[in-house]
Design a protein around this ligand. Structure first.
Ligand code: ADP
Ligand code: MG
Length: 189
């Protein structure tokens, strides 16, 4: 089997080469399907990533959640300690700022920490997945480290393009599985 690193490179190469039109239209489809799930409808507190580059785009769903009065929690990435600090936001324009690395994150001075035990739904990013719902991220384990702290009844959903879902990928004991993967053409659960 190919290593995690080989698979990351291969799939990132495809994702980075998608046109903006393709990424935008598939993202809309994926997010519409995600918002149709009972797990979404029944959730109050949602931990969701801010998409960057060609990740499945989350901006429109975040706006929808804020308008529906869901509690929206976004990662602040503490690179020095390799941990995510989950922070509640109320307004996308006022509470987020562009980081040095090119993604939006909560304004540091306004961080309102939310404990992982409070999440009802987690919308997780990933680079490669498989049909067993294993996930490969960027390789630093940020999400494994926070997902292992969720409540048992909280659900993890990963939005992904269909080409990111392979038959089988390597998984280690620290890797946390997704409960669902939603693509433009399938829902794996
Ligand atoms: P990714 O999930 O981002 O693809 P990996 O699964 O390869 O990355 O994990 C990267 C590193 O993070 C590994 O060295 C792993 O030991 C570490 N790691 C993952 N989960 C945890 C955890 N719960 N506690 C401590 N270290 C962890
Ligand atoms: Mg992992």
């Amino acid at each position: 089997m190919e290593t995690k690193n080989q698979l990351r490179k291969k799939i990132l190469n495809v994702r980075n080469n998608m046109s903006e039109e393709e990424a935008t239209s598939k993202s809309r489809l994926i997010m519409r399907r995600l918002a149709d799930l009972d797990e979404y409808k029944n959730s109050g507190t949602v931990f969701i990533y801010m998409s960057f580059k060609n990740e499945v785009m989350t901006k429109e769903l975040i706006e929808k959640m804020l308008s529906e009065d869901k509690r929206v929690v976004i990662p602040y990435t503490d690179i020095e300690n390799t941990v995510i600090i989950p922070s509640e936001i109320r307004n996308m324009d006022e509470d987020l700022v562009l980081s040095h690395y090119g993604y939006y994150e909560p304004v540091f001075d306004k961080i309102k920490t939310v404990e992982p035990e409070e999440f009802d739904l987690i919308i997780a990013p990933g680079v490669v997945f498989d049909r067993e719902r294993n996930r490969i991220g960027f390789g630093k384990g940020y999400y494994d480290r926070i997902l292992c702290r969720k409540r048992n009844d909280a659900r993890i959903v990963a939005p992904a393009y269909e080409f990111q879902v392979l038959d089988n990928v390597p998984a280690e004991s620290h890797d946390i599985k997704m409960d669902m993967i939603v693509t433009e053409s399938n829902i794996y659960r």
